[in-house]
Ligand binder design. Structure first.
Ligand code: ZN
Length: 244
C-alpha cells in the first residue's frame, strides 16, 4: 500500500519512562512514521516532557479526553477522583505554550491517502469519548467509519478486530495479516498505563498488510517514584506495577 512502516502510540499519560522505551522500540523496528492517538497527559508525573517529545516524533497527533480536560475543553465530571486530581495537577504544571498546543488537537483525524481513520474513543461521535469494550461496541464502531483501518485508544486494552466483506467479526491477537475485502478496527493499547494485566508498555506496528501488537519492558518503578514525589495519588503509582 506504500504507506511506510507505521508505529501507532496511544495513551502515554505523562509516563516519560514508558514513552522513551517505546520510542527505542520504534527505532529498533525502523518504523518511519509515528501516529499518536491521544491522552499525552493525565495520571502521570511528566506531562510537559511527554507532550514535547511526542511533538518531536509524531507525524500526526490527536487529542484524548485527558488532553482536552486539562485545557477545559472536556468536563472532568465523569472522571474518577484520582483522574481528576491528576488533571488539576497537570493544569498547574503545563506551560502555556503546551496548553495552547493541546487545545488545538482534534479528537479524530482521517488520513485519506492511507485509508486510515484515527480516533481516541469511538468513531461514533469522537468527542463523546465512548469506549469500545465489547464485540458489540466494536461492531457498532464499524458502521461509523468507511476506511479500511480505524485506529483507536482510550480503553488501554489492545485488540484487533476484523470485519469481513460479509460482515462477520473476527478477533485477532499478536500478529494479523490484513485480507482483501476486510476492514479492521485496532486498539493500540496504552504506552503509559496498560490495563490488560500486562505492565509492559504497548504499541502497534503496521507494515504493509501486517498489524502487530508489541510490548516493551520499561522501568515502571522510576515512574512510580516520580508519581509519589509529585504528590499524585498512590493508586496511580501502584496500578503501573500490575498493568491495571
Ligand atoms: Zn487514556
Amino acid at each position: 500500500m506504500g504507506r511506510g512502516k507505521l508505529a501507532v502510540l496511544s495513551d502515554v499519560h505523562s509516563n516519560l519512562e514508558a514513552l522513551r522505551a517505546v520510542l527505542q522500540e520504534v527505532e529498533r523496528q525502523k518504523a518511519e512514521r509515528v501516529l499518536f492517538l491521544g491522552d499525552a497527559v493525565g495520571y502521570g508525573p511528566e506531562p510537559e516532557e511527554c507532550v514535547q517529545l511526542l511533538r518531536q516524533v509524531s507525524e500526526v497527533m490527536i487529542a484524548g479526553n485527558h488532553d482536552w480536560a486539562v485545557v477545559g475543553l472536556t468536563s472532568v465530571e465523569y472522571f474518577n477522583e484520582n483522574a481528576r486530581r491528576a488533571v488539576e495537577w497537570t493544569e498547574l504544571v503545563l506551560s502555556p505554550e503546551t496548553k495552547a498546543f493541546l487545545r488545538g488537537l482534534p479528537p479524530s483525524r482521517a488520513l485519506p491517502r492511507e485509508d486510515i481513520l484515527l480516533c481516541h474513543g469511538s468513531p461514533k461521535d469522537p468527542q463523546a469519548w465512548l469506549y469500545i469494550l465489547s464485540l458489540e461496541d466494536a461492531e457498532r464502531a464499524f458502521y461509523n467509519f468507511e476506511e479500511r483501518l480505524c485506529l483507536v485508544g482510550h480503553s488501554h486494552v489492545p485488540f484487533v478486530v476484523e470485519m469481513t466483506g460479509d460482515r462477520n467479526l473476527i478477533v485477532h491477537s499478536g500478529r494479523t495479516r490484513m485480507r482483501e475485502g476486510s476492514r479492521y478496527l485496532v486498539n493500540a493499547g496504552s504506552v503509559g498505563q496498560p490495563r490488560d494485566g500486562d505492565p509492559r508498555a504497548c504499541l502497534v506496528i503496521i507494515e504493509e498488510d501486517v498489524i502487530e501488537v508489541c510490548r516493551v519492558e520499561y522501568d515502571f518503578r522510576r515512574t512510580q517514584a516520580k508519581i509519589l514525589r509529585q504528590g499524585l495519588p498512590e493508586a496511580l503509582a501502584e496500578r503501573l506495577g500490575y498493568g491495571r
